[in-house]
Ligand binder design. Structure first.
Ligand code: CO8
Length: 247
């Protein structure tokens, strides 16, 4: 599922008339996230990443909890859509670097590190990422796994893994390319530079248009390999009705 960069801050700040109602959850069920049902009909599943001191860095425990909350909402017939958000300062500043710092290749490969982190991309109900502040590395990837991104004015998207001597590990190179096009995606992945929601949206529009125009031109050229194209133009010049043969 590809996320769509992005709506305005207005969309982010008032997507629903909210009537909070805590999901029936055992005390202490969630340590790293807040989970509620919202909306007038309590049909919106709401997950807020909540590790403020670590700018919502995605530790394994947080991702396991997100997976559990998603399962809960997926199974709840009252829920029609799910919103995942962070804080004003950070949607998520990436995978937890402190947790990854001392991991070895054997641990990552043998333990299939990140295997369950893409759960959000498998959810059948529509998932909206409401992003403000930092959406970096795994945070950007996590947002892009959602179906739609509503981004606030302070949102900053980036894949800064290169600055840590690594690369995106959860679809960043693939989904970012589809979201903003190859050129900006490569620039972001190769430099670690961040972009605003507006810049991402603009790039997505321009590149989609440019790529579409390139494809169109190729298809136009290919009509010159058909007999019907020749017949159509010849008929016009000879002031007669074209006799197309589907060739
Ligand atoms: N991991 C762990 N802790 C973090 C992270 C992180 N990614 N980001 C911020 N923190 C912590 C800081 O260590 C700091 O904690 P403490 O006060 O204990 O030192 C606290 O959050 C506040 O951070 P700063 O003091 O650095 O705040 P600033 O406002 O100065 O800077 C930045 C904010 C620019 C966001 C900065 O914190 C930063 O550069 N963070 C790292 C961003 C990054 O490199 N992210 C990519 C991580 S690698 C990755 O995501 C791999 C993806 C794998 C797939 C995941 C699939 C979902």
């Amino acid at each position: 599922m590809a996320a769509l960069f992005c709506r305005s801050a207005g969309g982010l700040l008032r997507p629903f008339r909210l009537v909070p109602c805590m999901v029936a959850a055992g005390p202490g069920q969630y340590q790293y996230i807040l989970v509620e049902k919202k909306g007038e009909h309590q049909n919106v599943g709401f997950i807020q990443l909540h590790r403020p001191k670590a700018l919502n860095a995605l530790c394994d425990g947080l991702m396991i909890e997100v997976g559990r909350a998603l399962d809960q909402f997926e199974a709840d017939s009252q829920i029609g859509a799910i919103v995942i958000t962070g804080s004003d300062r950070a949607f998520a500043a990436g995978a937890d670097i402190k947790e990854m710092q001392n991991r070895t290749f054997q641990e990552c490969y043998g333990g299939n590190f990140l295997a369950h982190w893409n759960k959000v991309s498998l959810v059948k109900k529509p998932v909206i990422a409401a992003v403000n502040g930092f959406a970096l590395g795994g945070g950007c990837e996590f947002a892009m796994m959602c179906d739609i991104i509503y981004a606030g004015e302070k949102a900053q998207f980036g894949q800064p893994e290169i600055l840590l001597g690594t690369i995106p590990g959860s679809g960043g190179t693939q989904r970012l390319t589809r979201a903003v096009g190859k050129s900006l995606a490569m620039e972001m992945v190769l430099t670690g530079d961040r972009v605003s929601a507006q810049e991402a949206k603009q790039a997505a529009y321009e590149l989609t248009l440019a790529e579409g125009c390139r494809l169109e031109k190729r298809l136009f050229h290919s009509t010159f390999a058909t007999e019907d194209r020749k017949e159509g133009m010849t008929a016009f010049v000879e002031k007669r009705k074209a006799d197309f043969k589907d060739k």
